[in-house]
Design a protein around this ligand. Structure first.
Ligand code: AMP
Length: 451
């Protein structure tokens, strides 16, 4: 997963982009970068690390200009190194050009092979670079036409930000898998992965970019253009389940509200399960547990002390590091746990390693019983659209029955939310469509080749 943020026509562009990216930090922690438009000349800077490690005051001051696009990266395609940090920047036959991408191009392998065969030399191993090579090869009458015709060659998920001198262009794939929202602030335009970053910089959300739509921001004005028909809008349901910040709004609902309701639905589905307290695995589990508590009348208790300085454990691509940071992250508060039977809620169960560790530490702290409740259905299929789920073989629900998973994680009970309830809560009861491929194995687009 990644986060993208752009701000135009503002004298503090790089500082605002810093605040925007900082707010989106939960979407990626490996690298960060910005490209600014300094009077028609693009300047760029990127480095490995967190936003506050990458951008010093000096770096921000050097990113001169009134428009900036920025990116924070968590790698799903291409390894974690500086060459793959974004925005990617090019001096091309189209002039100076930069691109920032959130998503995963599912026909990247084939497109890359075709382009390389025709002589293209790639500077990174990301799938994001493919669009630039396509654009250099298949040109239209102007930049937006060139972008539009080449986006149609891509399969999979993408929200893109492009920058060329005098222009910022945003694009969202025809299924709208990944989010992209337009905001405004005193004559400036903002594009962001999540509404919360628009709020934090002091802007107002205008609307989502539609699936298959381009927004062209030029000379202080935003224009919209379709590059693909309005196909089926299948936004990723995992954004609400896990990825997005609780104060972001998705499909007309604040994520926190949706999670609270999901928790209540889980309580309804688990009405026969008795416990002394209900708790959530911080941070995302907390809202679910509060909703569960309200519905079930089982008291909520925060049984973990979360260390906020470790980063998201799953975000470390290396397994050894992942295990180490997981141990650092959550410390059980023993007094609240000893002798208690606990309903413990987490947003998802993927490999089962997190639940196993957490239940182990609660049992060690004296818990009598742990009923593990998952605020989503069993993950049975890999995500090809940018969520870092492992291969089918590594997905525990694909290999073991519910009872065997329960035993593996060391729980006294294991419960998953039904897909029906999840979709209902995320879509505000309306007819919103979501991509639920990770829970059903039904992919809304064809999956041709992977990198
Ligand atoms: P696992 O330990 O493999 O079962 O993963 C489940 C845990 O990882 C849950 O606590 C989730 O909050 C978290 N999680 C699930 N999916 C992701 C993801 N794509 N990226 C980061 N964390 C995730």
């Amino acid at each position: 997963m990644c986060g993208i943020f752009a701000v135009t026509d503002n004298k503090n562009a790089s500082k605002l982009a810093y605040v925007g990216l900082f707010t989106l930090q939960h979407r990626g922690q490996e690298s960060a970068g910005m490209v600014s438009d300094s009077g028609g000349r693009l300047l760029y800077y990127s480095a490995m690390g967190l936003v506050n490690e990458v951008f010093s005051n000096e770096v921000l001051a050097n990113l001169k200009g009134r428009s900036v696009i920025g990116h924070i990266r968590y790698s799903t395609t291409g390894s974690s190194n500086l060459k793959n940090a974004q925005p990617l920047f090019f001096n091309s036959c189209l002039g100076q050009l930069a691109v920032a991408h959130n998503g995963n191009i599912t026909n990247a392998g084939r497109l890359r092979a075709e382009l390389q065969k025709a002589g293209a030399i790639f500077q990174s191993t990301t799938d994001s670079e493919i669009i630039i090579h396509l654009m250099a090869k298949y040109r239209g009458r102007n930049l937006e036409e060139t972008i539009a015709k080449n986006l149609r060659r891509l399969e999979g998920s993408y929200s893109f930000l492009f920058m060329a001198p005098g222009k910022v262009i945003g694009a969202r794939d025809p299924n709208g898998f990944r989010p992209l929202v337009l905001g405004g602030m005193d004559g400036s335009h903002i594009l962001s992965s999540e509404t919360c970053a628009i709020d934090v910089v002091g802007g107002k959300t205008v609307r989502e970019i539609e699936p298959g739509e381009l927004v062209i921001i030029e000379k202080g004005k935003a224009r919209f253009k379709r590059f693909a028909g309005a196909g089926s809008f299948t936004r990723c349901i995992f954004e609400t389940v896990y990825f997005a910040r609780p104060d972001a709004e998705i499909a007309g609902r604040t994520v926190q509200t949706a999670r609270y309701e999901i928790g209540a639905m889980l309580a309804r589905e688990m009405k026969d399960v008795k416990a002394d307290i209900v708790s959530g695995v911080p941070d995302s589990g907390t809202a679910y547990a509060l909703g569960f508590s309200k519905e079930s009348w089982i008291a909520y208790q925060a049984v973990f002390m979360r260390n906020h300085y470790t980063g998201r454990s799953f975000m470390q691509p290396d397994q050894a590091l992942r295990e180490f940071t997981a141990r650092l992250k959550l410390a059980p508060i023993k007094d609240l746990i000893r002798g208690k039977s606990i309903i413990l809620i987490d947003d998802s169960l993927v490999r089962g390693t997190t639940s196993r560790k957490i239940i182990g530490s609660l049992k060690k702290a004296g818990a009598k019983k742990i009923h593990m409740a998952i605020a989503s259905p069993a993950v049975i299929s890999p995500c090809y659209y940018g969520i870092d789920t492992p291969t089918k073989e590594e997905l525990i629900a694909n290999n073991l029955s519910i009872d065997k998973i329960r035993r593996f994680i060391g729980a006294d009970g294991l419960y998953y939310l039904s897909l029906e309830s999840l979709v209902k809560a995320c879509g505000n009861g309306g007819d919103r469509n979501f991509c639920t491929a990770c829970f059903t194995g039904k992919y809304p687009t064809k999956i041709t080749s992977q990198d």
